[in-house]
Design a binder for this molecule. Structure first.
Ligand code: HEM
Length: 441
């Protein structure tokens, strides 16, 4: 397969790494500091500095103590409701007709739908029933327990190879070396994507999915170029797979040969591909970094993991709860309604803060602490709830479990040993950089 990666001077393809799009964004903000929005309301948690500096916890705790819903009349994203309790988020997600996900109503993040920024690609996460049901069905068979079993060996082999290659007694960035690499590898295995080109998935995902970038109009052209490049690559892959007599087990072959695909137009196919790449990328990546950071912050829990590997499946759930790699999703009211004593108007924006629901003391004892023996860790909302609950949850859980099992097998202990840089965003919740050192236990 010919590669479409940008070329270096010597004619060899160069695979861009993830910070590229982010660096471009930062440069832009330096050039246009007046573009940086201001936030004045005390409960305006759309401000990204509180996530970058990891000081969002008391603000949400104060809101939860006062009630499940809080109205913010003014913000750089317009007016919105903060939904902060576990119960209220489940309630809203269980009523998808009343609380819509569709682009037509405003989309799935606090950010308004931005036609010029190219965010309007149709994808089923931003569709309501019945369209959502049909399109989700085209990809759901790739995530059954049987498929997970099929992928287990290859994910385990790739994970083991990477862990064996890590330097000992040397400081390195866990985000780039492990989290990005393993997540990209997992997606390449899912898609049957050419292994040598896998870093393109990371590159495309950063440009397509970074909501900060989507707000900056100057970057729109560059973004379109990158997405166009991605379209051309997948079209070629698609043609190759369509010619195969026996459909392969990978997701692209599965989509091509699914009867529902006949009703999907090419923009929808592209939109759903982006959804799968972006949906699986930052989320799994940031949980892998979150695990290491949380184990370092709670060494008693790391010790427990080292002594009792049978706790690994529950540790995966607890680490996902603790990290919550997507801080929020958004719904828009399609009718006037009353909700937990508040009057909601048609068109109101409801921001469902999973980050807060997963620290809800009404459900989780000592919620700010990592506890890998927590009995109800599974009840976290990091994958959402209801008809849109994450379709890739099993795959993410599989990759995270394998990572912990393979680390344990090698008696690997990972310490934070240098810079820790968090993502400055209100949607993706994670780490840009996490410098670590590996020792043995
Ligand atoms: C939907 C989180 C991994 C693909 C979602 C939603 C959340 C989420 C919060 C929206 C749920 C809602 O609106 O109720 C996560 C987390 C992950 C993860 C925390 C990892 C720890 C993955 C992976 C894939 C994936 C590995 C695929 C490769 C999707 C898709 C949807 C989705 C396609 C849309 C589902 C729908 O609208 O029906 N995910 N995700 N995710 N996720 Fe994930």
């Amino acid at each position: 397969m010919a590669t479409i990666a940008p070329e270096k001077a010597d004619g060899q393809p160069e695979y861009p790494t993830s910070p590229t799009a982010y660096e471009v964004l930062l440069k832009h903000l330096e050039m246009h500091p007046e573009d940086t929005p201001t936030h004045t309301h005390p409960y305006d948690v759309s401000r990204s500095d509180i996530y970058a500096e990891d000081r969002w916890q008391p603000i949400f705790a104060e809101m939860r103590a006062k009630g499940p819903l809080h109205y913010v009349p003014e913000s750089p994203y317009g007016a919105y409701w903060n939904v902060v309790s576990n119960k209220a988020i489940q309630h809203i997600e269980a009523l998808p007709e009343l609380f819509s996900s569709s682009w037509e109503h405003g989309g799935i993040t606090i950010l308004e739908r931005e036609e010029e920024a190219g965010l309007e690609l149709p994808m089923f996460i931003a569709m309501d029933r019945p369209k959502h049901t049909g399109q989700r069905r085209t990809v759901a068979p790739a995530f059954t327990p049987a498929e997970m079993k099929r992928m287990d060996d290859e994910i385990r082999r790739r994970t083991g190879e990477l862990l064996d290659s890590l330097p000992e007694g040397e400081v390195f960035d866990w985000v780039d070396t492990v989290s990005i690499e393993l997540t990209t590898g997992m997606l390449a295995i899912l898609f049957g994507f050419p292994w040598e080109d896998r870093r393109l998935l990371t590159y495309w995902s950063d440009w397509a999915g970074d909501t900060e970038i989507a707000t900056v109009k100057d970057l729109t052209q560059e973004r379109e170029k990158v997405l166009h490049q991605m379209g051309a690559y997948f079209q070629k892959l698609w043609m190759e797979r369509a010619q195969e007599e026996e459909p392969g087990p990978d997701l692209i072959s599965m989509m091509i040969h699914s009867p529902a695909m006949n009703q999907m137009d090419p923009r929808e196919f592209m939109g759903n591909l982006i959804l799968l790449i972006v949906g699986g990328n930052d989320t799994t990546r940031n949980t892998m970094s979150g695990i290491i950071h949380a184990f370092d912050k709670f060494p008693d829990q790391r010790k427990l993991f080292e002594e009792q590997p049978d706790l690994i499946p529950n540790a995966v759930q607890e680490c996902i709860r603790y990290q919550t790699p997507l801080a929020h999703m958004r719904r828009t009211a399609s009718e006037d309604t009353e909700l937990f004593g508040e009057q909601i108007k048609k068109g109101d924006k409801l921001v469902l803060w999973y980050l807060s629901a997963n620290r809800d003391e009404a459900l989780f004892d000592d919620a700010e602490k990592l506890d890998i023996t927590r009995e109800n860790a599974r009840r976290h909302l990091a994958f959402g709830y209801g008809i849109h609950r994450c379709v890739g949850a099993r795959l993410a859980e599989l990759q995270l479990r394998i990572l912990l099992e393979e680390m344990h097998k090698r008696r690997m202990r990972v310490h934070v040993a240098g810079d820790v840089e968090r993502v400055k965003a209100n949607f993706v919740h994670g780490f840009r950089k996490l410098e670590v050192e590996v020792t043995k236990f």
